[in-house]
Write a protein that binds this ligand. Structure first.
Ligand code: M6R
Length: 359
């Protein structure tokens, strides 16, 4: 049951220190990634990786693909429902990864079947042991997030992103031409702190106050670049899904190519600034501010965006690869509190199903 929580979604947001610890458990040993179902050598022949996924899982896939590209590995991310038109060439050196919390999403199942028909090796990254997609793929990696009841994916997103980061390092270690990320040791070491840093956010977050402050806005925009981009997209998806308010996520630099026309003093802009290459986010957030919008920065306390911002959601200091996932927890909380203030049926938003088994 929900225990002390009003909603499953809140319980599941608060479950992330535990779910993340379970995702990581035993998978990093002596500075190396060790995934039980994917032993060293599994990916030696891989020349290109394609991800197929929908919704929140698509955002996790965007995150994973960026990490592969950082290791000089070709990667593309395809919305599973667009597989026919969006997939590039596929052969036996292609690895197609289905990212799917439920393992039952029809669009994703069809896409992975088509990839397999065309000769790809297939891998499922999923939360559900024995799910259809896990059974049909060559290999499966389980994200171990535990059952998620709320329709809005929360703890499964963070566990997927961490799992894909681990898979990307496993692949990079196997492929001879891949460049391991320079500070892979630091990155893997800081992963250990992720669960306690989520806990820190849960104990100190200002999300409820911010939700109250901005609840009467006309629309809610989320921007980020680099690894902040998928976090911005996910922030907006969660917000619209459970509040029914208009929310959009953009790559920071794209704001001025159209969406800026929507920006007013009644459209707060959530700027995901989590280190790495996030310079464009600050400059574009300030462009929006010049048009009257408030900046809500999700960033470490000492990030330069904080001085410019009207409001701040604090992200504990960590490696840039994990910082976006911490920012995401803050954004989950803002969505939750905003939806609660509006009296929405948070765990079962209208028109949506937890698992979408029709194409
Ligand atoms: O089970 P899957 O991860 O394949 O589901 C895909 C999407 O339907 C899902 O991620 C959806 O976008 C989320 N529940 C939204 O919070």
């Amino acid at each position: 049951g929900k225990g002390e929580y009003d909603h499953y979604m809140k319980k599941e947001i608060h479950g992330q220190p535990t779910s993340l610890a379970n995702t990581i458990e035993g998978r990093v040993e002596d500075g190396e990634v060790d995934i039980e179902s994917l032993p060293a050598g599994t990916f030696t022949n891989v020349e290109e990786v394609q991800f197929v996924a929908c919704g929140t899982s698509y955002h996790a896939a965007l995150y994973g693909a960026q990490l592969l590209k950082a290791s000089d590995i070709r990667a593309e991310v395809i919305r599973a429902s667009e597989y026919d038109s969006a997939s590039g060439p596929v052969d036996e050196n292609t690895l197609t990864i289905a990212v799917t919390q439920s393992g039952e999403t029809a669009d994703t199942l069809q896409a992975i079947r088509k990839a397999a028909d065309r000769g790809a090796r297939t891998l499922a990254v999923t939360n559900v042991v024995g799910s259809t997609i896990a059974r049909e793929t060559d290999d499966a990696m389980y994200i171990r997030a535990g059952p998620e009841v709320g329709v809005a994916a929360t703890k499964t997103f963070s566990s997927q992103a961490v799992s894909l980061a681990l898979v990307s390092q496993r692949i990079a270690a196997d492929i001879p031409h891949a460049d391991q990320v320079d500070d892979v040791d630091v990155m893997l070491e800081s992963l250990e702190d992720l669960p306690s840093q989520v806990e820190e956010i849960l104990e100190t977050t200002d999300a409820e106050r911010l939700a109250k402050q901005y609840i009467d806005s006309d629309a809610f925009f989320f921007i980020g670049n680099g690894l902040g981009h998928p976090v911005a997209l996910e922030g907006a998806l969660k917000f619209k899904e459970i509040t029914y308010e208009h929310a959009e996520g953009f790559a920071s630099g794209q704001l001025k190519h159209g969406p800026l026309a929507l920006v007013t003093e009644r459209t707060p802009v959530f700027a995901v600034c989590t280190g790495g290459d996030d310079g464009k986010t600050k400059t574009n957030a300030i462009e929006a501010q010049t048009r009257g919008a408030s900046i809500v920065a999700a960033s470490p306390d000492d990030h330069p965006v904080v001085d410019a911002a009207e409001a701040h959601l604090s992200v504990p200091d960590t490696h840039p690869v994990w910082a976006g996932l911490l920012a995401n927890v803050q954004l989950q909380l803002v969505s939750y509190y905003a939806a609660d203030l509006l009296g929405r049926p948070i765990d079962k938003p209208r028109n949506l199903a937890k698992s979408v088994t029709v194409e």
